[in-house]
Design a protein around this ligand. Structure first.
Ligand code: UDP
Ligand code: MG
Length: 318
C-alpha cells in the first residue's frame, strides 16, 4: 500500500500546468523504473498548477504506491519546485526530469550506470534538441558556450533537466531564483565529479512552454553571480578590497600629483577634470573596501548561523 520504506532512487518532476501530460508521464516513468527491480519513489512537485492537474494527481495517487505528490501552496518557480523535491527525497540516487514529456525516462538506466562508474552528477546532453531555434536553441548555444568559458565547467548542455545525482550533492545545492540552469556549476563548486550522457529529446506536444526569450538576459545576470560565487563567495574582501585598493591608489597618485603642481608649480588646478577623477576614484575605493568588510561579516553570519562548512567531504576512512 504505502511506498517502500527506503527507496534507493527518487525521481523528481516539477509540474506546472502539465495536466495533458500527466498520465503519459507517470506511465512512461513507471514502465522504465519498475522492471529495474530497485525500490524507487516518484515525487511529483506540483508548483501551484491551475489547470485541473491537481485533481488528476490526487486520483492517480490512490493506485500507484510509488507515487508521492507534493503540492506547493502557489507557483514558486521551477528551481523552488526542484528544491522541494530534493528536500523530500529519500533515495540515495536522485533523478530530475521535466514533466512535459520532452525528456525520455528510457535514458535513466544508462545514466544510473554511468553514475555508478564513480560520478556524483550525470547530466543529460540533448544532442538533437527538439525546440524552436530562435527562442530556445540559439540562446542556449550562446549560454552554453559562455558558461563553459566563464566557469570552466565543460559540458555541452547545462540546461537539460534530466540529471542523475548522488543524494548529498543534490541536497547540498541551494537553488535560489532561477539557478537550476547552473546546477552543474553549483555542483562543481560543491566538489562533485560531473559527466554527461547523450539523451533523447522530444518536442513538446501538449501544454505550453513556461519560458520565453527573456530568460536569456536573466541567464547573463545569473552568470555574473556564479562567477562571483566561484571566486569570492568565502572571501569578499579579497574581491572588493583588491579592486577598491587599486582605485584608491590611482586616485591618490592623481591627487598627489595635482597637489604638487599647485604647491610647487604654482599652477591652477581647480578646473581640471583630473581633479574630479581622482576624487571619485578615492571615494569609490573607500566604498568598495567598506563593502568588502561588510561582505566578510555577511559571509561569516551565513556560514556560522546555518552550520555550513567552507568545505565538503567526499568520504572519511577510519
Ligand atoms: N515548471 C515548474 N514551475 C514553473 C515553470 C515550469 O514547475 O514555474 C516545470 C514545468 O512544468 C516543466 C519544467 O518545469 O515540467 C520545465 O518547464 P518547460 O518545459 O516549460 O521549460 P522549457 O522546456 O520550455 O525550457
Ligand atoms: Mg519543456
Amino acid at each position: 500500500m504505502s511506498a517502500p520504506l527506503s527507496p534507493e532512487i527518487s525521481i523528481i518532476v516539477p509540474i506546472y500546468n502539465e495536466a495533458p501530460n500527466l498520465q503519459l508521464l507517470i506511465e512512461s516513468i513507471l514502465d522504465v523504473m519498475r522492471p529495474m527491480g530497485r525500490p524507487f519513489e516518484l515525487i511529483l512537485v506540483d508548483d501551484g498548477s491551475t489547470d485541473g492537474g491537481q485533481q488528476m494527481l490526487r486520483a492517480m495517487k490512490t493506485d500507484i504506491s510509488e507515487l508521492r505528490v507534493i503540492f506547493l501552496r502557489r507557483n514558486f518557480g521551477q528551481s523552488a519546485a526542484i528544491t522541494a523535491g530534493f528536500d523530500y527525497a529519500r533515495g540515495e540516487l536522485i533523478i530530475t526530469m521535466d514533466g512535459d514529456l520532452q525528456n525520455d525516462p528510457r535514458n535513466i538506466p544508462q545514466m544510473i550506470a554511468k553514475l555508478e562508474e564513480g560520478y556524483d552528477l550525470v547530466s543529460g546532453w540533448r544532442h538533437k534538441r527538439q525546440d524552436p531555434f530562435f527562442s530556445k536553441r540559439f540562446p542556449s548555444m550562446l549560454a552554453n558556450w559562455l558558461i563553459g568559458k566563464v566557469t570552466g565547467v565543460k559540458l555541452h548542455d547545462y540546461g537539460c533537466s534530466l540529471k542523475v545525482y548522488r543524494s548529498d550533492v543534490a541536497k547540498g545545492l541551494l537553488l535560489y531564483g532561477e539557478l537550476h540552469r547552473f546546477i552543474p556549476v553549483l555542483a562543481n563548486l560543491y566538489g562533485a565529479r560531473i559527466t554527461e550522457v547523450v539523451v533523447t529529446h522530444h518536442p513538446r506536444r501538449m501544454g505550453k512552454s513556461k519560458y520565453g526569450i527573456s530568460r536569456a538576459y536573466r541567464v547573463l545576470i545569473d552568470l555574473l553571480l556564479m562567477l562571483f560565487f566561484q571566486n569570492f563567495s568565502t572571501r569578499p574582501l579579497q574581491f572588493f578590497g583588491l579592486n577598491g585598493g587599486l582605485l584608491f591608489g590611482i586616485g591618490l597618485v592623481i591627487e598627489i600629483y595635482l597637489t604638487w603642481l599647485k604647491l610647487w608649480g604654482g599652477k591652477d588646478i581647480g578646473g581640471r577634470p583630473l581633479l574630479l577623477l581622482g576624487a571619485i576614484l578615492i571615494i569609490t575605493g573607500i566604498v568598495l573596501g567598506g563593502l568588502g568588510l561588510l561582505g566578510e561579516l555577511v559571509v561569516r553570519t551565513y556560514y556560522e548561523s546555518s552550520g555550513k562548512r567552507v568545505y565538503t567531504v567526499r568520504e572519511v576512512l577510519e
